[in-house]
Design a protein around this ligand. Structure first.
Ligand SMILES: [Zn+2]
Ligand SMILES: [Zn+2]
Length: 155
């Protein structure tokens, strides 16, 4: 989370205009929320949060705003096997760890050594590789604690 010299609204305005899109209060609210959370929310979760700031916003507008942000490179869409999509306001290279019990997604900093990625590219042969995604799966500390019955009473 580096310090930004520009305000979130300025960053958004610039990116939207560069992509021929208009700055709207709804898009700004969606973007502000996405930048303020590390929870990788679904469109529904964004809608529930943003609705409190912007009274006139529909779920459809939230969906469209999220897709616009992804199109402008301001957010990343994560899709999963069960068809659910989550949105990430963090666009620098990082990986994810997904809890199999509560479905929460945690950021994991860092990149893999590029020669290992290149080796995988080579093994994919005639498959045209455009990127890769590493996802760690397991249990977050909260879920792991509950499962082993070691959950401590918090002071
Ligand atoms: Zn969990
Ligand atoms: Zn992330």
């Amino acid at each position: 989370m580096g310090q930004k010299l520009q305000s979130t609204d300025d960053v958004l305005r610039e990116a939207l205009e560069a992509n021929g899109q208009r700055f709207t209060e709804q898009r700004a609210a969606v973007f502000r929320f996405l930048m303020s959370t590390d929870k990788h929310p679904t469109a529904d979760e964004v809608f529930l949060a943003v609705r409190q700031d912007v009274s006139v916003i529909s779920l459809a507008t939230v969906y469209k705003s999220l897709e616009t942000l992804v199109g402008c490179g301001l957010a990343v869409k994560l899709t999963y096997g069960d068809g659910s999509a989550r949105y990430d306001g963090r666009t620098d290279p990082h990986h994810h760890a997904r809890c199999l019990a509560c479905s929460r997604i945690f950021d994991v900093a860092g990149t893999l050594p590029s020669d290992e990625i290149h080796e995988l590219h080579d093994r994919a042969q005639d498959f045209h590789v455009t990127g890769y995604r590493l996802e760690l799966t397991g249990y977050c500390s909260h879920c792991a604690d509950s499962m082993t019955g070691k959950e401590r009473i918090r002071a």
